[in-house]
Design a protein around this ligand. Structure first.
Ligand SMILES: Cc1cc2nc3c(=O)[nH]c(=O)nc-3n(C[C@H](O)[C@H](O)[C@H](O)COP(=O)(O)O)c2cc1C
Length: 208
C-alpha cells in the first residue's frame, strides 16, 4: 500500500458562499473614486494578516508595502504618477505602494530555513534574485488585492507611474523597488466603471 492510500482523509474544503464570491470576484470592480470615510491603520494592517498566507516560491514573501499616509508624502507620491492617476490618488483615503525587496534573501533563515544555505548564492546572482523578487511580488499583489476586498475595502490598482522616481524619493536606500500603486477606501455610487469583457473558457483554457 502506498503512502497516499494510508493518509487519513481530511474534512473536504468548502466552496465560498455566493456573497463571499461576489465580494471577492463577480461583483468586485476596480474603484476610481472613494467615500471620504477614513481607512484606519488597523484596517490597513489587516490586509497583510490575510495576504501573507497564500503561497510564494519556497515561502520567500518578497512583497513590501508602503502606506503613504501624510498629506506631504501623498503630494510627493502624486507628483510621480501619470496625470490620469493623480486626482483619484490625491483623494483616496489610503494609498499603498507595492514594492519588491531586492535583498529578500536576508529573511531566508526565518521564512525558508530549508533553503537558507542558498542565501549567499542569491546574494551573488542578482538576475535570478531580482526575477524571483519581482515575480513573487506580482503574485503577492494579487493576494493583496483579494485580501483588501476580503476586509471590505474597494481597491484601485495602478501601473501608471514613474517607478524610478518613486524609488528615488521613497526608497533611497535602493532596497525596495516599486511596481504597483493601490488606492484603497470605501465605495461611493460612482466608484466604478462598466465592466470590460472577460475572455471565455475557449480563449483561455486547454485540456490535454
Ligand atoms: C497592474 C494594473 C495596472 C493598472 N493600471 C491602471 C492605471 O494606471 N490607471 C487606472 O486608472 N487603472 C489602472 N488599472 C485598472 C484596470 O484598468 C482595471 O483593473 C481593469 O480594467 C479591470 O476593471 P474591473 O476590475 O472594473 O473589471 C490597473 C490594474 C492593474 C491590475
Amino acid at each position: 500500500m502506498n503512502n497516499l492510500a494510508e493518509a487519513p482523509a481530511l474534512a473536504p474544503l468548502h466552496r465560498l458562499d455566493a456573497a463571499s464570491l461576489a465580494a471577492l470576484f463577480t461583483d468586485a470592480k476596480t474603484a476610481y473614486r472613494f467615500a471620504p470615510t477614513p481607512v484606519s491603520d488597523d484596517e490597513l494592517r489587516s490586509i497583510w494578516d490575510l495576504a501573507k498566507w497564500p503561497p510564494t516560491s519556497a515561502n520567500f514573501q518578497t512583497l513590501r508595502v508602503l502606506y503613504v499616509q501624510s498629506p506631504e508624502a501623498r503630494q510627493r507620491l502624486v507628483g510621480h504618477l501619470h496625470e490620469a492617476n493623480q486626482e483619484k490618488t490625491l483623494a483616496a483615503p489610503a494609498v499603498a505602494v507595492l514594492a519588491y525587496d531586492r535583498q529578500f534573501q536576508e529573511h531566508l533563515p526565518l521564512v525558508a530555513p530549508h533553503v537558507a544555505a542558498r542565501q549567499s548564492y542569491f546574494a551573488e546572482n542578482e538576475t535570478l534574485r531580482i526575477d524571483l523578487a519581482r515575480n513573487n511580488s506580482w503574485l503577492q499583489a494579487g493576494y493583496f488585492i483579494l485580501a483588501a476586498r476580503s476586509e471590505g475595502l474597494a481597491v484601485g490598482p495602478m501601473g501608471g507611474f514613474d517607478p524610478a522616481a518613486i524609488d528615488a524619493d521613497f526608497f533611497p536606500e535602493g532596497r525596495w523597488a516599486s511596481f504597483m500603486v493601490v488606492n484603497l477606501g470605501h465605495p461611493v455610487a460612482d466608484s466604478y466603471r462598466d465592466r470590460l469583457p472577460r475572455l471565455k473558457h475557449d480563449d483561455v483554457i486547454r485540456f490535454v
